[in-house]
Design a protein around this ligand. Structure first.
Ligand SMILES: NC(=O)c1ccc[n+]([C@@H]2O[C@H](COP(=O)([O-])OP(=O)(O)OC[C@H]3O[C@@H](n4cnc5c(N)ncnc54)[C@H](OP(=O)(O)O)[C@@H]3O)[C@@H](O)[C@H]2O)c1
Length: 247
């Protein structure tokens, strides 16, 4: 892997992807996008230590122009990517958005916001970056989904917007995997469940977690899974331990 890209690099798992990739000697450049890279102290600190191997750019997945600008900048520097991690996602935010416990909590504005970030955003990232994956060699496109996006595995209910947005993401991943395979038979495009990970996203819900991974641990596990996947696995939905998850 020489050229790699992490979208959603300022969060717990995104930062761990950036750290993990920078440790690899085969990685020449890590392109990292975040909503507000200048205000992420963690990203700025990694940037200072990365010696030019980290290229940071603003990317808000709800603003297609920012995705297009970032893609133009990346394409100026490379004509190929070997790995893309589409990481960003929301479950709750500072404006009061949070997972619905009951059907009465369903709110059109919140549904739109969660779908815009968790489902439409990653698809638009794929729209602007997929041409860099058609080089004929192994190219991995990993999308951070969630087990709760599984329809078959839904036994608890609740969390309407988050669950459904991840289910929509899974369908987008499966659909784009079919198309990417036609353009590069060595492309591997998958949805991943990272486990329950200690990040801002899970902070309010960690009490019920049986196992809580650190972001670095989760990313190491997911990278091991991705390394072992073959092109036959494209379009699949995998957990951090390599097991497949029911759609
Ligand atoms: N943590 C878990 O246990 C868990 C479990 C299953 C799935 N996941 C999935 O894993 C992914 C990473 O989550 P995390 O746990 O690392 O959460 P996190 O620490 O809250 O990070 C979320 C990331 O998404 C970014 N983001 C939010 N809205 C965005 C937008 N409009 N444009 C671009 N980026 C945006 C955030 O950017 P800012 O820094 O600017 O806010 C942040 O970088 C998510 O897709 C999540 O659904 C996590």
């Amino acid at each position: 892997m020489r050229y790699v890209l992490v979208q959603g690099a300022s969060g717990g798992i995104g930062l761990a992807f950036v750290r993990h990739l920078l440790k690899r000697s085969d990685v020449e450049t890590v392109f990292a996008g975040a909503r507000s890279p200048g205000s992420s102290e963690a990203l700025q600190s990694i940037l200072r230590e990365a010696g030019g191997r980290l290229q940071l750019q603003r990317c808000d997945v709800t603003d297609e122009a920012s995705i297009a600008d970032w893609a133009t900048e990346v394409k100026r520097r490379t004509d190929r990517l070997d790995f893309i991690a589409n990481v960003s996602g929301i479950l709750h935010d500072a404006d009061g958005l949070g997972p619905e416990r009951r059907i009465e909590h369903a709110d059109p504005a919140q549904l739109q916001k969660v779908f815009a970030v968790n489902a439409f955003g990653p698809l638009l990232v794929a729209k602007h970056f997929h041409p860099l994956l058609h080089h004929g060699e192994r190219a991995v496109f990993a999308h951070l989904s969630a087990r709760v996006g599984s329809i078959g595995d839904n036994r608890l209910g609740g969390w309407y917007a988050y669950r459904a947005s991840k289910a929509a993401l899974n369908q987008f991943v499966r659909t784009m995997a079919v198309e990417l395979k036609r353009r590069n038979k060595n492309a591997i495009c998958v949805a991943l469940h990272p486990g329950t990970v200690d990040t801002e996203l899970t902070k309010p819900f960690q009490k019920s977690a049986k196992v809580l991974f650190t972001p670095d641990d989760s990313v190491s596990k997911m990278m091991k899974v991705l390394t072992e996947l073959t092109p036959a696995a494209t379009g699949g939905f995998f957990a951090y331990d390599g097991s497949t998850i029911d759609w």
